[in-house]
Design a binder for this molecule. Structure first.
Ligand code: ATP
Ligand code: MG
Length: 561
């Protein structure tokens, strides 16, 4: 007797729903995307009981006829694609024809809708079953109320996290949808209280303020670049505003928010050492390309897309960002209190995650720009044996002597390591390496790269080293090579160059609490002036901060606001 049976529609819809509707925020994403596809210019989202009680999305888009409104809940019913051909030219956010079927399978849905010409109608579905349809008074557009989410799927109900987590997920998706649609007015309210709104006036400065809070556009860099008919635009918030997670790097392709490791990494690499260690920028990347180069049909939630030229695109994106930030000539960090907050408990360890941001070339090697990024500074003394004090017409400057020395040494070593013609010191007496056989084997498997950098081995001995490396720095260099291998499980010229330059420059730089002469101070200042990025040490800590006259006067309450 056959034991295999075809599932009925209801059951298969419920199973499919699990993939589309993970939590309340996924319902909002689907409903808002439908509104955007229906050309809405105003979208209101109302949430009760963090979405488990009710989610209501109202738009002023095209609306549906009563017949379509009923059909819309059928699985695989869509107005957006008609043939296989269309699948390779997706211009809309939805196309799979399954979101409404999935949502209505796990909740009660009341849909009211009206087109320009038809009368308004109302359709009700519950737990995947059609309940009723009737005429209803309504302005042009659509309103969908989703109630009692997951009432019939106890396993999913239990999976729902705390109110805070679910609200946070809703806000997160609202932010992305709003950032992707600067010309749509969007409003989000929780339990009857307006939480956020955007004006839909295409003003990106205002939009960023509305999403991330006031003052966030201070120091905003806008970069754009077109290559092979792909348009890229980036809104790069100042690297002084950082996050501990990568999640505020938003990438949109053809106005669709996507999650993509390579492109996100390209943004981080573009910011490179403008950022502190383990800190990430806030950036909005808007990429527009021919839809035929994209495959959006990877997962029902459509966050993942595949595109042919990912490596190329990542490279172009990283360079665009790097160039724009370098050209911006970012100002010295001004606000002492914010820096204090940021650095309070910072430990200056390397990023510990595997594959996490191996630092790469931050310098534009071909740049012939005259370098002198620091203003005129008059030296006035040393504070706490560590901070060099300077003044000029604009205020007081504190320079961390260790961080500054580190930056100068880093750029020097980085340059030396990048020069293929650098000299090699043959060792008359080879250096015995106190390493295990396994470690030696590990090193030798990267012999080619190491040779290129001037390290030559014979069995357990180093028979040559690069001339820029002092004898007392050899151990640091070997240690640095191993920590690269442990962390990233690979060694390439770029990462090795950066890591070696960082480690050697840090360990040999003037320490804090080390008294230095006036001559040494002037030397540091002049050498820092010539650096390509004098504002941070290679690990991203500030080298110099400025307290303006105004800030000092405010501290003494000479001015009030
Ligand atoms: N707010 C709306 N305004 C107008 N039409 C809508 C709206 N929401 C849904 N529809 C119609 O209902 C259809 C089904 O919507 P549904 O979200 O289930 O599928 P889809 O958007 O086509 O594809 P996907 O499953 O990828 O989202 C849509 O194709 C569209 O024609
Ligand atoms: Mg849809």
């Amino acid at each position: 007797m056959s034991v295999i049976k075809k599932m009925d529609h209801k059951l298969s819809n419920m199973i499919a729903a699990g993939e589309v509707v993970e939590r309340p925020s996924s319902v909002i994403k689907e409903l808002v995307e439908n509104a955007i596809d229906a050309h809405a210019t105003k979208i209101k989202i109302e949430v009760l009981g963090f979405g488990m009680e009710k989610i209501s999305v109202t738009d002023n888009g095209d609306g549906m006829s009563q017949e379509d409104a009923k059909l819309a809940f059928e699985r695989y019913a869509t107005s957006k694609i008609k043939s296989e051909m269309d699948l390779s030219h997706i211009h809309t956010l939805g196309f799979r024809g399954e979101a409404l079927a999935a949502i209505s399978a796990v909740s009660k849905v009341v849909l009211k809708t009206k087109t320009e010409d038809d009368l308004g109608s109302e359709v009700i579905y519950e737990g995947g079953n059609f309940v009723s349809s009737s005429q209803a008074a309504m302005n042009k557009g659509t309103q969908i109320d989703v109630m009692n989410l997951f009432y019939n799927t106890p396993a999913r109900f239990k999976y729902i996290k705390s109110e805070y987590t679910e609200k946070y997920a809703i806000i997160d998706i609202f932010d992305r949808l709003a950032l992707a649609n600067p010309s749509i007015y969007m409003q989000l309210s929780f339990d009857g209280k307006l939480y956020k709104e955007t004006y839909g006036n295409h003003d990106f400065y205002q939009l960023i303020d509305q999403i991330y809070g006031k003052q966030m556009t201070k120091g905003l860099t806008i970069a754009s670049h077109e290559v092979s008919h792909i348009q890229m635009k980036a809104y790069l918030l100042s690297p002084h505003i950082v996050r501990s997670r990568k999640k505020d790097i938003s990438i949109f392709i053809n106005h669709r928010y996507i999650k993509n490791y390579r492109l996100t990494q390209a943004v981080i690499d573009g910011y490179h050492s403008f950022l502190m260690v383990s800190k990430y920028p806030i950036a909005i990347i808007d990429i527009v390309m021919d839809p035929s180069l994209l495959d959006v049909n990877v997962h029902p939630q459509k966050y993942e897309v595949k595109f042919v030229n990912e490596t190329f695109l990542s490279f172009e994106l990283e360079n665009m960002i790097k160039k724009a930030l370098q050209e911006k000539n970012l100002p010295i960090q001004e606000n002492l209190s914010s820096i204090k907050k940021e650095w309070k408990q910072e430990s200056f360890t390397r990023p510990s995650l595997l594959n996490e941001a191996p630092m790469i070339n931050e310098n534009d090697e071909n740049s012939s720009e005259p370098l002198n990024k620091l203003p005129y500074l008059e030296y006035i003394g040393i504070f706490s044996g560590t901070y060099l004090l300077f003044q000029n017409d604009e205020g007081l400057y504190l320079m961390d002597q260790h961080a500054a020395a580190e930056r100068i040494r880093y750029e020097h070593y980085y340059e030396a390591l990048g020069n293929p013609k650098f000299a090699i010191k043959e060792r008359l007496i080879p250096i015995e390496l106190s390493l295990s056989n396994d470690d030696i084997d590990k090193l030798l498997s990267y012999e080619k790269i190491l040779n290129k950098h001037g390290f030559n081995f014979h069995q357990k001995q180093l028979i040559s080293t690069p001339t820029w490396l002092r004898d007392e720095e050899i151990d640091i260099a070997i240690e640095s090579i191993f920590s690269q291998l442990d962390e990233y499980q690979k060694l390439d010229i770029k990462t090795l160059r950066d890591a070696l330059a960082k480690d050697v420059s840090c360990k040999g730089a003037i320490k804090a609490n080390h008294h230095i002469s006036r001559q040494e101070v002037f030397k540091i200042l002049e050498e820092l002036r010539l650096c390509k990025n004098p504002y941070t040490c290679p690990h991203g800590r500030p080298t110099i901060i400025k307290l303006t006259h105004y800030e000092i006067e405010r501290m003494f309450k000479r001015v009030v606001s």
